[in-house]
Design a protein around this ligand. Structure first.
Ligand code: NAD
Length: 402
């Protein structure tokens, strides 16, 4: 079939297998051109197929020659539907990892479930015995609680008051005003249940009890802070409550892992274009202004640049991991620089439909968005008849998508 992008709102419902493979190769090439990282033998990446998790897996495998076990929740192709981008990314990653001579195994299923935790532990035992790095990079709209069976759906809402702000339709470039109603107590509870720290804690507990966490193991999860412009919808909104919970969990886990010489911390990453960040109201306008300012200053980074810097310069560099007053690694240091934020603030005041071409990097945003789904790569022939059926080598073919 001929696979073209089909964009519906903030999601693209198709993905291109060769394009996704190209996206993975691009990230691998970036890491391989850098100084190798010492210190990771085997990593477990939960949320390994797109965005920050995929970049973490690539950095571990190709920057540190680590074996990786990935957990993700992706769909294979079926009928005339393509597979999801994360499916194609994972297939391409595994093939490249094999060529590179490092172990790679993927578990495709619901990471929140006990069954997937069990399956992952069995895979670790089989492949490498223990893992010394656990990356927790899930971004999900819902979670079924493994003990109670309750389904929680996360929402992106302000807390305490409604919030009115500019926002952009990235595809059309039209700036409008959006008003978001405040969250209910249930909305907050649900969002914390999905995106907070409980599941991360359950993972570490399960891995530790099963004896598959190596002595001195490190675990990290990802968070975001951002500027005041987005506080109401992000840091002080429902998702911010979940991130507070995740960050508190890091402190508890750190105390636990320190006993065996390990560490747990949250890394506050910069804003990038991913499937998850595209879904947040207001944030894409901020990102397109931020990209413009950071690119002009030579400070621009995507997922792979951030994750390589996290591994090479923060976690596996000489000396202790440097953290802020709340125990967090700050990979958003360049984004939050006062000179960067001052310009973004000023551009924000001027942002309207007609001015965006001059003051924002909407083109860069759209390009990154299409790349998430494997579109826009010059070496891919998008007019060629392409089979959407691509297996992930380590995922059994009978796997019925999920
Ligand atoms: P993403 O949407 O690109 O990736 C999410 C991953 O989670 C995918 O691999 C997906 O398969 C997996 N996943 C989702 N539900 C799952 C489930 N039930 N079981 C197994 N796997 C599941 O998201 P992202 O933007 O890379 O976000 C990852 C983390 O980084 C999140 O904690 C996010 O808050 C944080 N973060 C993102 C940004 C940003 O700008 N995107 C900035 C800072 C921090």
């Amino acid at each position: 079939m001929i696979i073209e992008p089909k964009i519906r709102g903030f999601i693209c419902t198709t993905a291109h297998p060769q394009g996704c493979a190209e996206h993975v190769r691009e990230q691998i090439a970036f890491v391989r051109a850098k100084r190798p990282i010492q210190g990771v033998k085997n990593a477990l990446v939960i949320g390994s197929s797109t965005g920050y998790g995929l970049a973490s897996r690539i950095t571990a495998a190709f920057g540190a020659n680590a074996g990786t076990i990935g957990v993700c929740f992706e769909k294979p192709a079926s009928g005339n539907r393509t597979a999801s981008a994360g499916w194609y990314n994972t297939a391409a990653f595994e093939i490249a990892a094999k060529e590179h001579g490092v172990m790679a195994r993927t578990i495709n299923g619901d990471a929140f479930s006990d069954a997937v935790k069990k399956e992952t532990i069995a895979a670790i035992r089989e492949e490498c015995g223990q893992v010394d790095l656990v990356i927790y990079s899930l971004a999900s709209p819902r979670r079924v609680h493994p003990r109670t069976g309750e389904t929680f759906s996360s929402v992106l809402k302000p807390v305490g008051r409604s919030f009115t702000s500019k926002t952009v339709n990235v595809q059309s470039g039209v700036v409008t005003e959006v008003t978001l109603d405040p969250a209910s107590q249930d909305d907050i509870r649900n969002t914390v249940a999905v995106m907070g720290g409980e599941d991360w804690n359950l993972w570490i507990e399960a891995l530790d009890q099963a004896g598959v966490l190596a002595q001195g193991a490190i675990t990290t999860a990802y968070s975001y802070v951002g500027p005041e412009l987005t506080y109401a919808i992000y840091r002080e909104g429902t998702i911010g409550r979940a991130k507070d919970d995740l960050e508190d969990t890091a402190l508890t886990l750190d105390a636990r892992l320190e006993l065996s010489g390990g560490r747990a911390f949250v890394s506050v990453n910069k804003a990038v274009v991913t499937q998850s960040s595209s879904a947040i109201p207001v944030v894409p306008l901020y990102i397109s202004l931020l990209f413009r300012v950071m690119k002009e200053r030579g400070l621009h980074e995507g997922c792979i640049e951030q994750m390589y810097r996290l591994f090479a310069e923060r976690v596996y560099s000489d000396g202790p991991v440097s953290v802020d007053e709340r125990g967090r690694v700050r990979m958003d240091d360049w984004e939050m620089r006062s000179d960067v934020q001052a310009v973004v603030d000023e551009l924000w005041q001027r942002a309207q439909t007609g001015s965006l071409t001059d003051i924002a990097d909407l083109g860069g945003y759209r390009e990154d968005f299409l790349k998430l789904f494997g579109f826009g790569f010059p070496d891919v022939d998008y007019d060629a008849d392409t089979s959407p059926d691509v297996p992930i080598p380590s995922v059994a073919p009978i796997e019925e998508g999920v």
